[in-house]
Design a binder for this molecule. Structure first.
Ligand code: C5P
Length: 229
């Protein structure tokens, strides 16, 4: 069983995907972490994050490994180095949206993600990102697309960054601007732009708690899983 969740930043995808994975004992696939890991290596090696040729070479010389963390989360290793909070830094976030617009990067990451989806040793996977329902797992029996007002998404992201000690309270408007700019890039790129799959259920999470979203999704998953068997 593959549950695909797409949507803009701050719509609640990661929080909810981890809760669903824990409840159903599925594994969690954070595809944004893969783009972030590629962007992190590009910045660390001084590679031009807007150059398709340079990024293609970088990808082809990279060993990317996905590991599961004890807490149900996911950790990426690049060339044997375990990446955690460094891929959440604002400059990596900006670079991730740049490298994600490059077709060569997307096609290099595609089989890595799809290989994960073919795993037979797990009951199911909950994958989240921008193009899971449209490109990576178009055959997924359960697809959701989250949306939420920009103000609420910025508030959530700002809270996360503050908890991680990455911004101070006065930076909310900057967080909102950065989020909006990144969504604009993700929606307007030529390759796999952010948009709901035709068969995705759209959920507006603006005024819902994570638990409310999870409860609703679990009933959909149960229904679709029964129909799928
Ligand atoms: O989800 P997260 O914010 O970690 O993703 C970082 C960036 O990676 C996004 O802004 C987007 O540009 C890119 N991304 C993507 N396709 C995915 C997941 C992430 O283009 N499936």
């Amino acid at each position: 069983m593959i549950v695909a969740i797409d949507g803009p930043a701050g719509a609640g995808k990661s929080t909810v995907a981890k809760l669903i994975a824990a409840k159903l004992r599925y594994v969690y696939l954070d595809t944004g972490a893969l783009y972030r890991a590629v962007a992190w290596k590009a910045l660390a090696t001084g590679t031009d994050t807007t150059s398709p040729n340079a990024m293609k070479r970088l990808c082809e010389s990279t060993q990317l490994t996905i590991r599961h963390a004890e807490d149900g989360g996911m950790v990426v290793e690049v060339d044997g180095r375990r990446l955690t909070s460094e891929i959440r830094a604002p400059e990596v976030t900006r670079a991730a949206a740049q490298v994600a617009a490059i077709a060569e990067v997307r096609s290099w990451l595609l089989p890595i993600q799809q290989g994960f989806g073919r795993r037979k040793d797990v009951a199911g996977i909950v994958a989240e990102g921008r193009d899971l329902g449209t490109r990576v797992f178009p055959e997924a029996p359960v697809k959701f697309f989250f949306k939420a007002d920009l103000e609420e998404r910025a508030r959530r992201r700002h809270q996360e960054l503050m908890t991680a000690g990455k911004v101070n309270a006065s930076d909310l408007s900057e967080t909102s601007r950065a989020l909006d700019a990144r969504d604009g890039q993700d929606q307007s790129r030529d390759v796999s732009p952010l948009r709901p799959a035709e068969d995705a259920e759209v959920i507006d999470t603006t005024s819902l708690t994570a638990e409310e979203v999870v409860e609703h999704m679990l009933s959909t998953i149960e229904r679709k899983a029964a129909a799928h068997q």
